[in-house]
Design a protein around this ligand. Structure first.
Ligand code: GLU
Length: 302
């Protein structure tokens, strides 16, 4: 199976990470990500880091954090150094947002979800048509980007809840020719051209959570010196945006591997609620960590 083959020896001592969000119990897909990251670091004398991505305080639960430790321990995966919990670092993500705001690359967005839907529906009959679809649905139509400075200031002063969005056109313009040359190295596929514009004016801080996955993960990968990001193909589209954030912030550029996604009997992607694939259930049913590795087509750990 292709995932068992080491794609290439690293040019530097690798630092890999497993970065789950504690919004449910881990399943076989998480085991694949964690084992590929762990094994790559261990095979090349590198470091393997565990990071808890719990910025979404509305969905993350302490019991799922405990379950992550239990599952990794059971799988025999040990990590190096302290476990970083993103929810303890909102102030750091804020400094990045402040910098992007000062550079006019981010703007406040006061729209509700339904206002955005109405705007998109209305634009379908407009001469310019509806906004194109991005990886996560239709792109934001740019309503709040067009607010006058006075209207923006009035709403901010009145304390209207707002998200912060990246001004994609401004970000690309700020990078000049660098933007058109952005690319990354995929450990399996080689060079990939980055096209961050597919994300449009993406949210970098939510109304209810003062950061976003994209911002926090990219910041932390840089902070923690991650050299090899090994994660599922479902996050490949995000890499286009992460390359842009790295270029804007002058952060180092790792290499990536986007591994296959596991599916259930009906070919549907595994989810935290898919029955029969949660690691806790498999453990309970008497499956062993070696059995998990066999099922994933992975070699035994050293
Ligand atoms: N926290 C993300 C998740 O659980 C994964 C982050 C990443 O690997 O980049 O889906």
């Amino acid at each position: 199976m292709s995932q068992t083959i080491d794609p290439a020896p690293p040019a530097v001592m690798p630092v890999t990470r497993f970065a789950p969000s504690p919004t449910g119990l881990l399943h076989l897909g998480h085991a694949l990500s964690a084992m590929l990251s762990h094994d790559y670091a261990r095979a090349h004398g590198g470091r393997f880091i565990l990071r808890i991505e719990d910025i979404d305080t509305t969905r993350c639960r302490p019991e799922f954090v405990d379950a992550i430790f239990r599952d990794l321990d059971w799988l025999g995966l040990s990590w190096d150094g302290e476990v970083r919990r993103q929810s303890e670092h909102f102030d750091v993500y804020r400094t990045v947002l402040d910098e992007l705001t000062a550079r006019d690359l981010v703007y406040p967005c006061f729209c509700t979800r339904s206002e955005i839907e109405v705007e998109i529906a209305a634009s379908a009959s407009a001469p310019h048509g509806p906004p194109p679809a991005g990886p996560d649905g239709p792109l934001y139509p740019g309503t709040c980007r067009r607010l006058t400075p006075a209207a923006r200031a009035t709403r901010l002063t009145a304390g209207h809840p707002h998200a912060l969005r990246l001004d994609m056109a401004a970000a690309l313009a700020a990078l000049g020719t660098v933007a058109s040359d952005l690319s990354w190295t995929d450990m399996d596929a080689g060079p990939v051209k980055a096209t961050p514009a597919i994300h449009g004016d993406v949210v970098l801080a939510r109304k209810d959570v003062p950061a976003s996955y994209h911002l926090a993960v990219t910041h932390d990968d840089a902070l923690q010196g991650i050299t090899h990001i090994i994660r599922g193909r479902d996050l490949e589209a995000a890499t286009h945006l992460h390359r842009l954030l790295q270029a804007l912030m002058g952060w180092p550029v790792p290499v990536w591997r986007h591994h296959r996604l596991l599916t259930d009997d009906q070919g549907r992607r595994l989810a935290k609620r898919t029955p029969g694939v949660r690691l806790a259930d498999l453990r309970e049913a008497g499956v062993t960590p070696a059995g998990i590795r066999r099922r994933l087509g992975l070699a035994d750990a050293d």
